[in-house]
Design a protein around this ligand. Structure first.
Ligand SMILES: O=P(O)(O)OC[C@H]1O[C@H](O[C@H]2O[C@H](CO)[C@@H](O)[C@H](O)[C@H]2O)[C@H](O)[C@@H](O)[C@@H]1O
Length: 256
């Protein structure tokens, strides 16, 4: 369904800018703790944030605290753990919409699983638990089954599949809902939403943005509801840099 059309340039005067992190701003790597922005890309991102008056948020499956480390010294509004964590303004407090204890039985089941299968990696994000199988693709089914069994018939928990990961977190939130909430508040309210993301979990946000007449951008080759496509992380950063150059020259950005 995704068009191969490249997106219009970002208009910092009109767009509310929402960006995914892994696979969009940073390349996917084997070790989730070892990600980094490509060299020279943080400064244009910070200039974009300034140009849009702070109407830029990172919307990620990551904890906001982890994003802070990867994007330092930039401070930014964010939805973390698929919207279960929120920071409305760059210097605001991070709110958590649920508590960690709900996941304790799953936490125990996953700890036992990785003892039996040490090639699986467990990432404990507090409000979400992730099993990583990027470096052990033969264990994908083991991980998926374990997640499904650990959740069982608990309707308060959700199993989500991402890029070489299976994740369990409290139900009721996703990136689309998080984006819609942020659009109700300054400095996003009244702007046109723009979202770029690469993974299946980004589809919730891409769908909300497309329905609202915004700019929905899929990064990579997977199927998507998005209207536009960028090929990879490098293309995302070229797009940001080009958009900033247009703004700096005071030329009219191309309509979105
Ligand atoms: O919403 P995102 O910002 O895209 O975060 C999604 C998940 O990102 C991380 O996992 C992904 O990136 C890792 C590092 O490149 C990679 O090893 C893994 O296979 C990817 O799925 C993060 O570890 C997860 O917690 C996020 O949910």
């Amino acid at each position: 369904m995704t068009d191969t059309t490249p997106p219009p340039l970002i208009d910092p005067t009109a767009h509310a800018i929402f960006l995914d992190f892994d696979g969009t701003l940073s390349e996917l790597v084997d070790d989730p703790a070892s990600v980094a922005l490509p060299e020279g890309t943080l400064e244009p991102l910070m200039r974009l944030q300034k140009a849009c008056g702070g109407a830029l948020a990172i919307v990620s499956g990551r904890r906001i605290g982890d994003l802070d480390g990867f994007l330092s010294p930039m401070r930014f509004a964010a939805a973390g753990v698929h919207g279960l964590e929120r920071r409305a303004t760059p210097d605001g407090e991070t709110e958590r919409l649920m508590t960690e204890a709900e996941l304790d039985p799953v936490r125990e089941a996953f700890a036992s699983l990785v003892r039996d299968h040490p090639r699986l990696r467990l990432e404990d994000k507090g409000l979400a638990l992730v099993l990583h199988y990027r470096t052990a693709p033969d264990l994908e089914e083991v991980a998926r089954r374990a997640a499904s069994e650990a959740v069982g018939d608990r309707g308060d928990l959700l199993v989500m599949h991402g890029d070489n990961i299976v994740e369990v977190h409290p139900a009721g939130m996703d990136k689309g809902k998080a984006l819609a909430d942020m659009m109700e508040r300054a400095p996003f309210k009244g702007r046109t939403p723009l979202y770029a993301g690469d993974d299946t979990t980004d589809e919730y946000a891409l769908d909300v943005v497309r329905r609202r007449g915004g700019v929905s951008v899929k990064v990579g080759a997977k199927d998507s509801v998005a209207a536009f496509r960028l090929t990879d992380v490098a293309a995302v950063h070229r797009w940001i840099a080009q958009s900033i150059r247009y703004t700096d020259k005071n030329e009219d950005p191309i309509d979105g």
